[in-house]
Design a binder for this molecule. Sequence first.
Ligand code: NCD
Ligand code: ZN
Length: 333
Amino acid sequence: MTLTLNSPCDMHLHLRDGAMLENVAPLSSAQFAAAVIMPNLLPPVCTTSEALDYQARIRAVCGESFLPLMSLFFGAHLTKDEIAAAKQAGIRLTKLYPQGVTTNSDKGVSAILCEQNLQIFEMLQDAGMILCIHSETNGFVLEREHSFLPIFVEIARNFPRLTIIMEHISDARSLKFVESFPNTFGTITLHHLLFTLDDLLGSALNPHLFCKPCVKLPRDMRALRRVAFSGNPKFCFGSDSAPHLRTHKECAQCGAGVFSAPVALPALAELFENHGALQSLSAFVCENAPRIYGFTPPQKVVRLRKARFDVAAEYGGVVSLFAGKSLSWILCD
Ligand code: NCD
Ligand code: ZN
């Protein structure tokens, strides 16, 4: 049995830089035609010229058959000229991180709805840019996404022509807000479809499942599954695959991030198949994103076959989801 996917896209991906980029990027470019590349490097990718340099380094590793959709770290540097330069260079995404809520977000925004940011939202809207938001406050950990909703709604209402993406939705209560505005959409990860707090810390603590936003309750996972399994056009796949070295995960002060790149499509195929939803996988990973973001991915036919996939224990010092376990779908060569 085989499964054919036309130009699958990963709309939320961390590739890092240097040796880590070389280690992880080929795992994604083997499976996806395009991916949104997150800008939270140290220092962050803020300007068009930095993003173009970073894109060239990604292309040097992945080749031309993989489209890295670059994003600019949101901040005061997004002047009218900078936004115009981005558009000119084909960069249409900016990623807003509330300050300090996740890995490498120290340079994020502290007062999201301040006058200066409202002016930037206006300029982004006028330029036809897309605003991707890490939608969490730094309140109580299980309520962080929910307590961000008033801010999300305020931006969505006041900038109705600005396309806004709620990244890595984790809380069932977010879904109806994303669905209720014509200009709001969401990405959903593999790990939020697969795991709950029980998997993270119900028996032994599993640092490899620690991420922001954290995995939540069974009802949240079920609600996310419902929208993904129905191919709901407001939502698409964004893995949020975020590599950290094993030594930075299996320690105190473990870094936040789940590394899922090596298993993304095989694990999605297995999950969708187990729930009788294989017919919706293409909407979730191929069709919805190009429509939401308004882009055409390169033509890339990706085939999976029903065969045992033994997931490596480590990929260059990084531990993947399902490390040392096996999945029932494998990427065809
Ligand atoms: C991401 C990372 O490591 O860069 N970590 C995470 O837990 N998801 C950043 C992010 O997307 O929040
Ligand atoms: Zn992320």
